[in-house]
Write a protein that binds this ligand. Structure first.
Ligand code: BMA
Length: 318
């Protein structure tokens, strides 16, 4: 049965910023084809976005933009901040779609990103203190794999990574564990596609997992293939705080989908692809940063309390 009350909540949860898109190629200090799918983190009194930029060969690199309110007056690095290492076969065709978390133990930021090898996309890891110099820890898992992020701390002694391997053409979210950030195992299926739903063809992690009292709030993208192409929308799951391989809640509805022109029209129209979030410590407002139609960067916001109110009304389990 349709839960009209919950559908209404899902529909009205996020408000798009009126100044969207917040970053486009026209803001860029050098020539690029598209800027999209940004990772985000709040450092001191600034929001830092690490943005995927596609060059005029169709390869991607990552560039930093900073703003104090996370909405306006972006200061963009004048040249690529993090470029593919072309000597590495794993990064031959560029680096894409980063996610950032603060690794408490290392006192460094961890950036998981997709490196495009000749053998397909793989999940790679780099760490940094300052977003100027980076140490590469290499590819974590073999292709085809994307949409990965670490959790900020260990669980029972092990690091955890959400990622999205593609096997037999199927694209589900998995969680894997490691004692040292290098050797990964104990792979577990986490969030699967759901037949007939808006997320029936592919699912993949959105932004970095967000810690709340009720559990890890995880945004994910879900894809439905239609006769007119794919539609990328955004849903929510809540994972257990101490055993994050357990899904406590999953939204029946999507909470954000392509609606505005900048989301419907672009290099890949019909795509809303979140890769970063920040939560304001005082107001508890969450900014969700996303790539729109694989062309620009946009933001939508909601109060964390309202998101949690909604997610706690969602069905239990996966
Ligand atoms: C996914 C990723 C994203 C992209 C999205 C929509 O598979 O490759 O980088 O934004 O498709 O085209």
């Amino acid at each position: 049965m349709i839960n009209l009350e919950r559908q209404k909540k899902a529909h009205g949860l996020f408000k798009r910023y009126a100044g969207n898109p917040i970053l486009t190629t026209s803001n860029w200090p050098y020539a690029v084809n598209a800027v999209f799918n940004p990772a985000s983190v709040r450092i001191d009194d600034e929001t830092l976005l690490l943005i995927r930029c596609e060059d005029m060969r169709g390869f991607s690199h990552l560039t930093v933009a900073r703003s104090s309110d996370g909405l306006t007056n972006w200061k963009i690095d004048h040249s690529p901040t993090f470029e593919a290492d072309h000597d590495s076969r794993e990064e031959r065709w560029g680096v894409e779609d980063p996610r950032i978390i603060w690794l408490e133990e290392q006192k460094q930021y961890a950036i998981t990103y997709t490196s495009f090898s000749e053998g397909g996309p793989v999940v790679s890891l780099a760490i940094t203190k300052n977003f100027k110099t980076f140490a590469r820890l290499g590819a974590l898992l073999p292709p085809e794999d994307k949409d990965a992020c670490l959790f900020p701390r260990r669980f029972k002694g092990r690091f955890a990574l959400i990622h999205r391997p593609i096997v037999r053409g199927e694209a589900h979210m998995w969680i894997s564990f490691s004692p040292d950030l290098k050797h990964w195992g104990d792979h577990r299926a986490l969030v699967m596609t759901r037949s007939a739903y808006w997320d029936c063809h592919r699912v993949g992690l959105g932004c970095q997992p967000i810690e709340t009292e009720q559990g890890w709030l995880v945004f994910y993208h879900g894809v439905r293939m239609t006769t007119a192409g794919a539609i990328y929308r955004v849903g929510l799951v809540l994972l257990d705080l101490y055993e994050p391989w357990k899904v406590l809640r999953r939204s029946d509805e999507w909470i954000l989908g392509p609606q505005e022109m900048y989301e419907r029209v672009g290099d890949v129209g019909g795509v809303v692809f979140p890769t970063g979030a920040t939560v304001d410590k005082k107001t508890k407002e969450l900014h969700l940063y996303y790539g729109a139609a694989d062309c620009t960067v946009a933001v939508a916001s909601a109060k964390l309390d309202d998101i949690m109110d909604y997610v706690m009304t969602c069905p239990e389990g996966d």
